[in-house]
Design a binder for this molecule. Structure first.
Ligand SMILES: Nc1ncnc2c1ncn2[C@@H]1O[C@H](COP(=O)(O)OP(=O)(O)OP(=O)(O)O)[C@@H](O)[C@H]1O
Length: 323
């Protein structure tokens, strides 16, 4: 569905050259749901804008829905849907009317535009809102209308740029249910950008991690997490001194293997062990900490997250960059 080779885009800003996308190779097969995950400014939107022919690449090649984005942009556009960040649907036009107009713009005849609009309103649970003014919809409804607008011409491939940004958790979950439903019913291939870790983790079948204009990892969330070694076992302890004593016991627990020990001191002192199998090592760690006189307040065992993957790959936390 999508094949790119060394796709790149630079921008000139005054005397400077910003390398927004630095040669990405992306392959997406029919029917996949792929998330581009990365911090702000990583190059996700620029990549999407090139793939949707809204922006010319500086170099590299790409075919999207079987057509070349440079030489056949109109053909690409006919075969894809694109929902940008905070898209256009709004204003005083009626919801159903807006969708039908979009259909006519894509060259559908009146009857087909009406049928298609009705189907999409039904699929995206907007049937009851058909006669409402688009500008008066809730945030979640408006986002669903944006998606309906992107689907009017029955594209096999839908691009969503940060679809859930600005939505509350309930509306986000609801949006995802609808995306899942339209994939099930229509078999649409979906490519989206997000900087929400949990969203990429839960929703996407494949995650492309993007940083500084490059794809730095590509795989299922589980595959990516599998590359990060081990679980994180965190002990909250009573004092800074306890944290330091706790950090000192790593050599005495051979089953913990090569453990990374961090004494996080401050208001809530913690000792963290990065170990191969957290639950297996936990009893011995507990006994040893106890024997060393460390006051234990609580313990957590965490499987690696996509944030750990990002941290391992870049040395930075995506969560912190978001904050
Ligand atoms: N039109 C432009 N002119 C100059 N620089 C740009 C332009 N568009 C993007 N950039 C720069 O290119 C880099 C990548 O931006 P891009 O919007 O693709 O990132 P992103 O990953 O989508 O981030 P966000 O989540 O904030 O949308 C950034 O440094 C940005 O400032």
């Amino acid at each position: 569905m999508i094949h790119t080779h060394e796709l790149a885009r630079t921008f000139r800003v005054g005397k400077d050259v910003v390398e927004a996308v630095r040669g990405v190779d992306i392959d997406v097969e029919e029917g996949e749901l792929v998330a581009l995950l990365g911090p702000n400014g990583a190059g996700k939107s620029t990549t999407l804008r090139m793939l949707t022919t809204l922006l010319e690449p500086t170099s590299g090649t790409a075919t999207v829905a079987g057509r070349d984005i440079r030489t056949e942009p109109a053909e690409v556009r006919r075969r894809i849907g694109f929902v940008g960040q905070g898209n256009g649907a709004g204003g005083d036009q009626r919801v159903g009317e807006e969708l039908r107009t979009q259909g006519l713009l894509y060259g559908l005849d009146r009857r087909t535009a009406r049928r298609r609009a009705d189907e999409l309103l039904d699929l995206l649970d907007l049937g009851g809102a058909s006669d409402r003014e688009a500008g008066k919809l809730s945030g979640g409804q408006r986002r669903r209308l944006d998606i309906a607008m992107g689907l009017v011409h029955e594209p096999g491939l839908l691009f969503l740029d940060e679809p859930s940004t600005g939505l509350d958790p309930h509306s986000r979950a609801n949006l995802w249910e609808h995306v899942a439903r339209l994939r099930e019913r229509l078999g649409t291939t979906v490519v989206l950008t997000t900087h929400y870790l949990d969203e990429a983790d839960d929703m996407a079948e494949r995650v492309l991690v993007i940083d500084h204009g490059r794809v730095i990892a590509d795989g299922t969330a589980d595959e990516l997490k599998g590359k990060v070694s081990g679980d994180l076992v965190t002990f909250s302890v009573g004092s800074e001194e306890d944290a330091r004593t706790g950090a000192g016991i790593a050599e005495r627990v051979p089953s913990a293997g090569p453990a990374e020990v961090v004494a996080a001191v401050g208001r809530d002192p913690e000792v963290r062990f990065r170990v191969e199998r957290g639950d297996g090592v936990l009893p011995e760690l507990l006994r040893t900490l106890d024997a060393a006189g460390v006051a234990l307040l609580s313990v957590r065992v965490q499987r690696p997250t996509l944030d750990d993957v990002f941290l391992t790959l870049t040395g930075r936390s995506l969560r912190e960059e978001e904050a």
